[in-house]
Design a protein around this ligand. Structure first.
Ligand code: PMP
Length: 276
């Protein structure tokens, strides 16, 4: 496999980023996961805009988005995959051993791996740890994902594939790698970005395309919701058939199925260059 590392393609086995890279030592970095089908990226411009926003939020130097675009194209050309996940990682570069950021530049790594289509529905759990809606990093897609890794491992232990968080005031927030939508009395809602969730690109498209309302919701809405679905780059829209052991419909419910359909059609047809 060929990766892009700091200016060029390298073999994955020999590609190097320093062991003193601030991304490794303190998680001082940002990332994006972009979907690619037969060499075509989806919503790359929106992902690059978010990468730059996240970098700005962390105080990293502005990423060279032309290089990131070239890197994505080069990595996809060198590693043909039917359905792939491109991973763009941009970190704080070589640094002294403390928390202070050094001035030795940044690191850019772009890799791609094959992935498979998501199942139509999945099981989720809630976890007792909270998302901080008022933190310095809230809303930034930083590489500090260890809490998500722990939550996801707990989900796996319980036969689920995603874990959902509330925020510090008990409102429904998001999953470890997804945003969440719920149907209450036939109306579709999703938590607002002020809940502390990531401004998911799929979430924004789903709100635009389905007219879902952005509503502050208590976590226990999951106990009574008629339907629940998740959105993310690699899932698009994925129904939830079980939450904390409570069964919902085995097949995606009507609102979820409609969102899936709209999403498939719009995503395939849309000519908006920001989606290319
Ligand atoms: N929340 C978190 C914490 C995520 O990591 C992701 C995946 N990027 C999402 C939500 C969904 O965002 P997107 O639709 O942009 O993939």
């Amino acid at each position: 496999m060929k990766l892009w590392v700091n200016g060029g393609l390298r073999d994955a086995e020999t590609a190097l980023v320093s062991v003193l890279d601030h991304g490794l030592t303190v998680g001082d970095g940002v990332f994006e996961t972009v979907k690619a089908e037969r060499g075509e990226t989806f919503a790359l411009t929106l992902h690059l805009e978010r990468l730059a926003r996240s970098a700005r939020g962390l105080g990293l130097p502005e990423p060279d988005l032309d290089e990131v675009r070239r890197a994505c194209a080069a990595v996809l050309a060198a590693n043909p995959v039917e359905l792939g996940r491109l991973r763009i990682t941009y970190t704080g570069g070589l640094s002294p051993l403390g928390s202070e950021r050094g001035d030795a530049g940044t690191s850019l790594v772009v890799a791609v791996g094959a992935t498979s289509r998501r199942a139509d529905t999945t099981a989720v759990i809630t976890v007792p740890w909270t998302r901080n809606e008022r933190g310095a990093l809230t809303g930034l897609k930083t590489t500090s994902y260890a809490e998500n890794v722990v939550a996801l491992a707990r989900a796996r232990e319980q036969g689920a594939t995603e874990a959902l968080f509330a925020n510090t005031v008990g409102q429904l927030c998001e999953g470890t790698g997804s945003n969440v939508f719920v149907v209450i009395d036939g109306t579709l809602h999703t938590p607002p970005v002020s809940s502390g969730c990531l401004a998911g690109i799929t979430r924004a498209l789903a709100v635009q395309w389905t007219g879902a309302r952005e509503t502050e919701l208590p976590l226990d809405v999951l106990e009574t919701a008629d339907e629940i679905f998740l959105t993310s780059t690699l899932r698009d829209v994925q129904g939830v058939h079980r939450v904390d052991g409570r069964p919902l419909t085995a097949e995606p419910g009507p609102v979820t199925a409609k969102a899936m359909r709209i999403f498939d059609e719009r995503a395939a047809m849309d000519r908006d260059p920001r989606l290319g």
